[in-house]
Design a protein. Structure first.
Length: 240
């Protein structure tokens, strides 16, 4: 399981692993991490094929933030296993009620199955997160097979769930006002923003740091808390 490279104070709880979005930046980050472990331990982890690890249900990390299924996308998790994950959290909450659980997806049209499970067990310390790297759909198929940003965001915004966070990481080149408006309409508790953490391994169409700072300023001026990571000059010039 181990720590999370994406969120401060978080540890990943990989009770479900794998994904079919095939994001180019994930190949050199999450997939590479899982492959190193999977090479000797789990063929499906090595191939990043969606699969469950039921033996880990009782091994919830001790960290303040638990990144649930961070080694994959919970959108691909069977509902029966989602139920077991939520039940394990509910049981753990009895003695450790002050943790925060992150459920993140690039496809909340599928991942939304977890919401009624959380509500049925009275779990209020779970946050749902959307990955929203840009507002631009046109060139996104070059980055990922996940639903286009505007499509997934519409689904996420419409979800009837009170605790939401948006992750703009790795940030791709964007249009300032459209992306700001998309984020603001979702009314997130806070927003994570960061550049590609592996710029020497994968080249992405990144925005200029000044535009990113403008986005941060607009969000903070509207009362939205921004948490940053890997803010730097872009590794390459924007390509779309």
């Amino acid at each position: 399981m181990g720590g999370s490279n994406m969120y401060a104070d978080a540890e990943t709880w990989n009770v479900f692993c794998g994904c079919l979005h095939d994001c180019v930046y994930c190949r050199v980050s999450f997939q590479r991490q899982l492959k190193r472990w999977g090479k000797r331990n789990c063929e499906r982890c090595y191939s990043f094929t969606p699969h469950i690890h039921e033996e880990r249900l009782s091994r919830i990390p001790s960290s303040k933030i638990v990144f649930v299924c961070g080694g994959g996308d919970i959108a691909f998790c069977p509902t029966s296993h989602m139920q077991k994950i939520v039940e394990a959290i509910a049981k753990h909450n009895i003695r450790c009620p002050h943790k925060t659980y992150y459920f993140q997806s690039k496809n909340w049209d599928s991942a939304k199955r977890v919401i009624p499970l959380l509500e049925a067990h009275g779990i209020r310390n779970a946050i749902i997160l959307e990955t929203l790297e840009t507002n631009r759909d046109e060139a996104y198929p070059q980055i990922s097979k996940a639903p286009p940003p505007t499509v997934r965001h519409e689904t996420f915004t419409q979800l009837n769930y009170s605790r939401k966070v948006i992750t703009v990481e790795p940030i791709l080149d964007f249009d300032l006002n459209p992306l700001y408006e998309m984020i603001a309409e979702a009314e997130p508790e806070y927003v994570w923003i960061g550049y590609n953490s592996k710029p020497n391994l994968v080249e992405l169409p990144e925005p200029d740091i000044e535009k990113v700072k403008q986005l941060i300023n607009q969000l903070e001026a509207s009362g939205i808390q921004v948490r940053t990571k890997q803010l730097r000059r872009p590794h390459s010039e924007p390509k779309y």
